[in-house]
Design a protein around this ligand. Structure first.
Ligand code: LMR
Length: 332
């Protein structure tokens, strides 16, 4: 009799427990460092909408934009500790984590156009790079696009010689360090959230970023010149804490994966337009001049930055660079 009552009580306690946990949604904190009205910012909000919709509210996504929760340096550590569940860092920011091969995306001119980018992010190298995250306790979920980088500064940048001695902010990437040195500039690695202030106080003379980041961080208010060089690329790896991801109930995980897949299509679908709109808005603001390189000037820039790939081959891997180029060029 006594054991029947006890097992009854246990069953009731479990039911209440399940009911309570059933009412408590699974929380995904999604932290990133850019403004909400950017390709990544809008992609994160789309993921929030779809993950909550597809799981019927069993998952709640909290998006923390513009470094409001974690800044560049802190966010990867926070993810590994499980203090945040999801990030979408720039591909240039995995070196400090020990996965420096992502910096292949930073090589100047290695991605000729968006069609090449689509081939690469769906290819063998992209998968190999994600596989390198697993030992770090991180699961790679998707590649999100932003766009090609322009150079900004308070002086015109037409010739390579114009960069001589300029302090240029970069993301924490050895490839970008090598790129700026190849131009004769002095690279200054710095968190994205500190760039506007550094520009306005003269700590740095200029920087490189896609137009959507230049505009939404108001850099066009503290930089008078932009060169539409498209000399490099900014894209993202959407990543999640692996223990958290593997611990999700299988049905919830597949619903969240579908939300990520659909948000990825959305984010990659709007990226170019976001950057085009940012250029139009900055031109309308009238605070910045926009310079297009002549073919000779572009050839001069490309020649100056050519040695970067050879210099970085030991860091990234010669074979990986070759495979990347093959995929970008349309090879297998
Ligand atoms: C940067 O320059 O740090 C940005 O590319 C950051 C970002 O996430 O776009």
């Amino acid at each position: 009799m006594r054991s029947a009552i006890l097992s009854g009580l246990v069953a009731v306690a479990m039911a209440i427990g399940n009911q309570a946990s059933a009412q408590q949604p699974i929380i995904i904190k999604f932290s990133h460092v850019v403004a909400p009205d950017t390709p990544k910012g809008k992609g994160a909000l789309k993921f929030q909408e779809l993950a909550e919709k597809y799981t019927g509210g069993k998952v709640k996504v909290e998006v923390f934009a513009n470094s409001t929760l974690y800044k560049d340096k802190e966010e990867l550590e926070a993810l590994q500790l499980g203090a945040v569940q999801m990030l979408a860092p720039s591909l240039a920011k995995f070196g400090p984590l020990g996965v420096k091969e992502f910096e292949v995306f930073d090589l100047p001119y290695i991605i000729p156009d968006k069609a090449a980018l689509a081939r690469v992010t769906k290819g063998k190298v992209a998968k190999e790079l994600f596989a390198k995250l697993a030992p770090k306790g991180i699961e790679g979920l998707a590649y999100w696009d932003n766009g090609f980088k322009i150079m900004t500064a308070n002086k015109p940048m037409h010739h390579v010689a114009d960069f001589h001695g300029m302090k240029m902010r970069i993301q924490s990437s050895k490839v970008l360090e090598s790129e700026m040195r190849a131009l004769g500039a002095i690279p200054q690695a710095m968190a994205f959230s500190e760039v506007y202030q550094a520009m306005s106080t003269g700590v740095v003379d200029g920087a490189e970023n896609p137009p959507s980041n230049v505009y939404t961080q108001k850099m066009h208010e503290v930089q008078k010149h932009a060169t539409m060089s498209n000399h490099g690329y900014v894209g993202y790896a959407v990543i999640v804490n692996k223990k958290f991801w593997d611990g999700l109930p299988a049905d919830i995980r597949s619903q969240v994966q579908k939300a990520m897949d659909d948000a990825t299509d959305y984010a990659n679908g709007i990226a170019q337009q976001e950057n085009d709109d940012a250029i139009a808005a900055m031109k309308k603001a009238g605070t910045m001049t926009f310079y297009e390189l002549t073919p000779d000037e572009k050839a001069e820039w490309m020649k100056a930055m050519q040695p970067v790939a050879d210099e970085m081959a030991s860091r990234i891997g010669k074979d990986l660079i070759e495979q990347f180029r093959k995929e970008a060029g349309g090879g297998s």
